[in-house]
Design a protein around this ligand. Sequence first.
Ligand code: ADP
Ligand code: ASP
Ligand code: MG
Length: 408
Amino acid sequence: MRIVVQKFGGTSVNTRELREKAALKVKETLEEGFSPVVVVSAMGRDGAPYATDTLISLARNEWENLDPRNLDLLLSCGEVISSVVMSQTLRKNGVNSVVLTGWQAGIITDSNFGNASIIRVEPDRIRKYLEEGWVVVTAGFQGVTEEGEVTTLGRGGSDTTAVILGVALEAEYVDIFTDVEGVMTADPRIVPEAQILRGLTYTEAAEIIQQGAKVIHHKAMNIAREYRVPLRVRSLNDSEKGTLICDIKTLTQGGIRMFSQDRPVYSIAYRKDLAQIRVDLPAVKGKDLNIFQPLAQAGISVDLVNLFPESVAFVVEEGLGETVKGILEDNGFQARLLKPCAKVSLVGSGMAGRPGVMAQVVEALRKAGINILQTSDSHITISCLIQAGDMEKAIQILHQKFQLEEVC
Ligand code: ADP
Ligand code: ASP
Ligand code: MG
């Protein structure tokens, strides 16, 4: 049996017209000789009647102290509704389809309500249906504990359902259908001329996602990379199949162009809602200057750390800025807080060992009057922290500077 898992995101199942298109994609896959397993997210975004955000608002507006177990049960309904609606659409199109909730599909998780981790998958029931010729529609974003409690996997978690089923069922591909045509050179909402990256290695895609491109959930991307499950990021309107993420050998054998050969940078990602903290370290003998200790004790994770003998700069989530400042002051340090900030990251495996990339970044941002607050780099990434108000302009300027509109 050749299995393909096909995940349709919230915006791909939001209207009847879109669900019809999704059903056609499933039919095409059947006609290509595959057994499809469909995974769906709740229909639509905030405001749509059964969207996850709408269910969250219902809960928050109604009750002050919300039992996380009840909230998960409530949120799981969004995907259950969506999977029934999708299954009926398939049946209307002549496709034999059966619905399984996350718990019926054997997605077993820990009991961390709201952000549960998958412990294992028991795929026998799905397999049995596939062998009988059914197309299985599974509700994404949900699972069940060993004790039978319903859980959800964290926002964006339907991608994780799809990839983990891909692993458990040894699928040939996991298709992530979304509202863009693939992984692109930048978020097309910010750079309209952004181009599709047709082929990426697991490492390249994981870095773009890690740096903030939310087109695939980072947990799902990491599982795909670890288990080597090929992903295709696609749109309902694609004629070619979006972005293929797989190993380098398959990409080169398939004749798919590797951007790293001729480009230092091929994607720009961002993270917003950040706060920068700067601390001057007093020259006091014997004083413990490890300012990260109290933060670690408070369970706060830090990013973009620049450590000098006399000072430290780092970044936390914006919502934690005041807390971090307070903790440091309680420990005798003067902390300066700057927010809101954003981190813009240029990713490209071709930048490794190539001189001048940082110089180009600094030149482009300076020329546009954008102040760089901090930088960091790895062998395939350069990140700049800037003020949040400059973020869109910075992304657009860097996209132009590296001529990413010419990627094809
Ligand atoms: P879904 O509801 O289908 O899971 P998401 O909203 O989670 O969709 O992810 C798709 C969104 O990711 C796009 O609408 C786009 O704005 C955003 N995005 C951010 N960076 C990129 C990128 N580099 N390429 C494509 N999309 C991106
Ligand atoms: N519906 C859930 C969310 O909005 C899961 C998902 O869309 O992947 O986060
Ligand atoms: Mg998503």
